[in-house]
Design a protein around this ligand. Structure first.
Ligand code: FES
Ligand code: FES
Length: 166
């Protein structure tokens, strides 16, 4: 009888802290986060790369954690929705989503916010059309998107508003 494949060691940065663990071959990132760590902010919707609910940032870029293997995290810098409140742009996103009432069931919101975070870090001046295109891979079955777009647009305006002189 053949031996089962062995776990492999991986090391990466998770929300700013170094982490080393051992993962089974074929373990998906979304399962590693939600079940092993457990960081349940990242959601699994479709599990097939269609909905964007599982989006996190890998080296600053939005990636679908349902399609990534844990072994692919080796040496990378991972940001999940749990880090949002400690990030200056993320903090503004949280406030805008609350103020604009952009959340209904909330299932899509972690993925929406992480995609918006990457977009606004790169393009703080993004307009509504840029935001609409940027979020086009993130599906929401509750809100009709208007309030979500309002929230991200509001964050962008806050980021680029001229500061008042003291
Ligand atoms: S759960 Fe990953 S894209 Fe839907
Ligand atoms: S708020 Fe329910 S899926 Fe978007």
């Amino acid at each position: 009888m053949s031996k089962p494949p062995e776990n492999a060691p991986i090391s990466f940065f998770l929300n700013g802290s170094p982490l080393s663990l051992s993962v089974a071959p074929g373990r998906r990132v979304v399962d590693l986060l939600r079940e092993d760590l457990p960081l349940t902010g990242t959601k699994e919707g479709c599990g097939t790369g269609e909905c964007g609910a599982c989006t996190l940032l890998v080296d600053g870029l939005p990636m679908l954690s349902c399609l990534m293997l844990a072994a692919q995290l080796e040496g990378r810098n991972i940001e999940t929705v749990e880090s949002l409140e400690k990030d200056p742009v993320g903090e503004k996103l949280i406030t805008s989503f609350e103020e604009k009432g952009a959340v209904q069931c909330g299932y899509c919101i972690p993925g929406m916010e992480m995609t918006a975070l990457a977009l606004l870090r790169k393009h703080p001046e993004a307009d509504r059309e840029d935001i609409r295109k940027g979020l086009s891979g993130n599906l929401c079955r509750c809100t009709g998107y208007v309030k979500i777009l309002d929230a991200v647009e509001d964050t962008a305006k806050n980021l680029t508003a001229p500061k008042e002189m003291p």
